[in-house]
Write a protein that binds this ligand. Structure first.
Ligand code: BGC
Length: 249
């Protein structure tokens, strides 16, 4: 099936039509800047622009950077706080006049990697960690998603992990890949001792620089960069577009 996958991030909103059987984008992605402040109305405007660009009228899947239960945003770490309690599904359906499913952005990227990328065929517990403006996580048992894990917010040295080890933190502090990699490793070691996964997949913007920091990682868990790199968010959102919302209202 073909859906429109849209990945909403802290700095950009990106979308493309997705072949959900092959896990491929069918056209070059279209990107608009995430409006600031990133209020529901402003982000709906960005989503509308993407839908208009592709002249889209079919199903849409959206990855959004918050925990999402039955289409409703229940957190808002890197978007405007007014998102909390907002029915994102209803808002985007009204803005686009299309059928929409909204899921957490890291869950979307994780779904794409499990189906088409680095997690294909993985058994046991897989943890995908998406590193961008924030840190998102997606947890799988034998390929089955446990939605809405928010493990970017665990505390390390008294600070939220994503404040110390996100890509935004690396850029803000102008850290070398090695120096950032050491912070990231400390975070991964904490996740390892809490979850003991069988595989860790690193996604988001940093995944294409994996070779630059891999040598400083000391976790025992097998660890691999995402295969779909930054496209996982859009492809996974496209796959989510096939489904109905999950989670308790
Ligand atoms: C949010 C998560 C999101 C992650 C990556 C975090 O700040 O709480 O929901 O998955 O950023 O965008």
């Amino acid at each position: 099936m073909i859906t429109l996958g849209i990945d909403i991030g802290g700095s950009g909103i990106k979308g493309a039509p997705v072949d959900t059987d092959k896990g491929e984008m069918l056209k070059e992605r279209y990107r608009v800047l995430t409006p600031q402040p990133a209020t529901p109305k402003a982000i709906a405007g960005g989503v509308k622009e993407i839908v208009k660009h592709f002249g889209w009228k079919e199903r849409i899947g959206i990855g959004f950077p918050a925990a999402i239960r039955r289409g409703i945003a229940v957190t808002a770490a890197n978007v405007d706080p007014s998102w909390i309690g907002t029915d994102a599904k209803a808002l985007f359906e009204e803005a686009t006049h299309c059928k929409v499913n909204v899921v957490n952005d890291a869950d979307a990227a994780g779904m794409a990697e499990m189906r088409f990328g680095a997690g294909k065929g993985a058994v046991g517990v897989t943890l995908m960690i998406t590193v961008g403006t924030g840190i998102g996580t997606a947890l799988f048992q034998n390929g089955e998603l446990v939605p809405n894990t928010e493990l970017g917010h665990i505390e390390i040295r008294g600070k939220e992990a994503e404040r110390r080890a996100s890509d935004a933190a690396r850029q803000r502090k102008d850290l070398s890949w090695e120096a950032w990699g050491e912070r990231f490793d400390e975070y991964l070691l904490t996740l390892e001792k809490l979850l003991w996964p069988d595989l860790m997949i690193i996604g988001g913007g940093v995944s294409k620089y994996f070779d630059r920091f891999a040598s400083v990682l000391t976790v025992q868990t097998p660890i691999t960069p995402a295969k779909l790199l930054n496209e996982a968010g859009i492809i996974g959102a496209g796959v989510a577009g096939l489904h109905q919302p999950v989670g308790k209202a």
